[in-house]
Design a protein around this ligand. Structure first.
Ligand code: NAP
Length: 295
């Protein structure tokens, strides 16, 4: 298998075109093909990015097939981010800490797993708010796969303190103890439910919602933000609706907030570079997403 950068000045699929893809179930609503193909075209790279709907029971066969076909790399989305790990030859440190993989590179026949979700969050927060993780005090709502990626990346980036609240407390405790063992320089706390988190917001620099709560624009915010300092920022990983109930609450208090569209673009930029070795044009993927999600 060739491992050099493949260039295609005509932007046409041909006999040498390499394949990138996303596997998930369902995958038909994925925004990744549009933004990845736009970036591949902009860079003149001889790749194409396609979606594959893979049911959980077919995951092993799908990976065998992708390897047999020499696919160059792929994204992994719900529900396969954890299940994929058993099929990989290696995973990087952030993916290992997160216990989840969203990007796989076929490195000359070896499948290497990465997790670019958490670094995508950090990159998007830096862009939106000028946020710096080192020493920061961060509140995380949720303890699922997205939270694990976020907490692992924030710890790795030097966050000072992370407080986690989740509907199912045991899941939050497991996340905190896993990360505490790996990242002793970050103080990790679990609080009992969203109300307790609400009461302990006074010294928080950034609050991140990693749950799907907020997809219903008419629902109440998952918690009230009145106790946050005026300098705090709010990141909601949900991006549809664009102004989630939590972001509406933040705006009402004059707090800066952002939805998860920037994170989606940023995790995609990082994956693109892992696969191709090329940095996509700045802001291109986000502008493609903004065009699709023209709310
Ligand atoms: P997941 O592993 O299934 O975790 C879901 C989380 O949401 C858990 O903490 C769960 O709490 C909580 N939750 C779900 N329904 C709830 C409810 N009714 N009340 C309270 N808590 C509830 O899913 P995930 O992979 O972490 O994804 C979570 C969200 O992040 C999704 O909306 C996903 O689209 C979004 N996301 C966005 C990006 C991006 O790029 N913007 C990237 C990744 C994920 P329990 O533990 O109690 O069940």
């Amino acid at each position: 298998m060739e491992c050099e950068v493949a260039v295609n000045v005509n932007n046409q699929v041909n006999g040498t075109t390499k394949i990138l893809c996303i596997i998930g179930h369902p995958v038909r609503h994925s925004l990744s093909p549009a933004m990845q193909n736009a970036a591949l075209r902009a860079c003149g790279l001889d790749y194409v990015y396609v979606p594959f709907d893979v049911a959980p029971e077919d995951l092993g066969a799908a990976i065998t097939g992708l390897q047999a076909l020499g696919v160059s790399g792929f994204n992994v989305t719900i529900p396969h981010k954890t299940g994929i790990m058993q099929y990989l030859d290696d995973v990087d440190a952030t993916a290992e800490a997160a216990g989840a993989v969203n990007t796989v590179k076929n490195d000359c026949g070896r499948l290497i797993g990465y997790n670019t979700d958490g670094d995508g969050l950090i990159r998007s927060c830096a862009h939106e708010f000028g946020f710096n993780a080192p020493g920061a005090s961060i509140a995380i709502i949720g303890a699922g796969g997205a939270a694990r990626g976020a907490v692992a990346a924030l710890c790795r980036a030097g966050a000072g303190r992370i407080v986690i609240a989740n509907r199912t407390r045991e899941r939050a405790s497991e996340l905190a103890s896993d990360m505490a063992a790996r990242f002793p320089d970050t103080v990790l706390h679990v609080v009992e439910g969203f109300k307790a988190l609400e009461e302990g917001l006074a010294d928080i620099d950034m609050l991140v919602n990693t749950t799907s709560l907020g997809m219903n624009r008419d629902s109440e915010p998952v918690l009230r933000l009145a106790r946050l300092p005026r300098t705090a920022v709010i990141y909601d990983m949900v991006y549809a609706p664009p102004v989630t109930p939590l972001l509406r609450e933040a705006a009402g208090l004059g707090l800066k907030g952002a939805n998860g569209l920037g994170m989606l673009a940023a995790q995609g930029e990082l994956a693109f570079t892992i696969w191709t070795g090329v940095t996509p044009p700045y802001g291109l993927m986000k502008s493609v997403l903004d065009g699709i999600c023209d709310y």
